[in-house]
Design a protein around this ligand. Structure first.
Ligand SMILES: Nc1ncnc2c1ncn2[C@@H]1O[C@H](COP(=O)(O)OP(=O)(O)O)[C@@H](O)[C@H]1O
Ligand SMILES: [Mg+2]
Length: 246
């Protein structure tokens, strides 16, 4: 299968006042076209740091990141990448329509195309009726929907979602999972992070388990299912793995 996202020897250290925080330690990842990659790890494992490096929000200190064979640091490479941040901060005084319009224009999408695309996206996330309401009045779930719609404005071929289902109720979670599966079936590659294994095993084709900046295990989701037959839930397998490597 064709590799679409590759991360090699990625390390990252934050400077936090006088102390250094090593967030990533020699991370390698490979994601192929058309697959859903579930990036799982406890809080503080380094998931968001990895995502920010892929998107060039943080500058590379070490290692290489390629998207479709091109360096991810080139803006052109990221034109076809969509990104949903962990907690999006948008102006309270914009409406979803205005926000999506703004992002669309940033991507250079023609005004004549945008109106249609915005209606389609609002329909996709069930916000048709709220399209002209101020975002400042939205609930957490509605904000997540706006953020998800925003990540799709540029019709990305690679979609990077940082904890897309966190804080959502079960109905919205299910809807989000279905939408992600539909996007995969439409040929998109999806990289999403989560700290909930149950979430990841439901839809991922491939899993990567991160802890303290290191990849503990990676492979097709089915390869982890064997653990279940051994009477070990994926959850317990994961917890054991983390404990072993402490
Ligand atoms: N801006 C920052 N300054 C210093 N340390 C940070 C910063 N952002 C994250 N970290 C640290 O880097 C590590 C990884 O964080 P993060 O990538 O956010 O993990 P995750 O997304 O898996 O919860 C944590 O130890 C966190 O405290
Ligand atoms: Mg995070």
């Amino acid at each position: 299968m064709e590799q679409i996202l590759s991360v090699k020897n990625l390390s990252y250290t934050y400077k936090a006042g006088r102390v250094n925080v090593k967030a990533l330690d020699d991370l390698d990842l490979e994601i192929c076209r058309g697959e859903i990659f579930g990036f799982i790890g406890p809080n503080g494992a380094g998931k968001t740091t990895t995502i920010k490096l892929i998107l060039n929000i943080l500058p590379l200190q070490n290692g290489k990141i390629k998207i479709s064979g091109e360096d991810s640091s080139k803006p052109k490479t990221r034109l076809k990448v969509g990104y949903m941040p962990e907690s999006a901060v948008y102006s309270r005084y914009l409406t979803p329509k205005e926000l999506l319009y703004m992002y669309g224009r940033i991507f250079g999408i023609r005004k004549s195309l945008l109106k249609q695309r915005i209606s389609e996206l609002l329909a996709l996330v069930d916000l048709e009726k709220e399209g002209s309401r101020l975002i400042g009045t939205f609930s957490k779930g509605m904000m997540q929907k706006v953020s998800f719609a925003q990540s799709l404005i540029n019709e990305p071929s690679v979609l990077i979602l940082d904890e897309p289902t966190s804080g959502l109720d079960p109905v919205l979670r299910k809807k989000m999972r279905e939408t992600i599966l539909n996007l995969r079936d439409a040929g998109k590659t999806i990289f999403f992070s989560s700290h909930e294994l149950s979430e990841v095993e439901l839809i991922s084709d491939k899993i990567g388990i991160l802890n303290k900046g290191r990849l503990l295990a990676t492979g097709p989701t089915k390869s982890f299912m064997g653990k279940k037959e051994e009477g070990l839930s994926l959850e317990n397998y994961f917890l054991n793995l983390i404990k072993e490597k402490q």
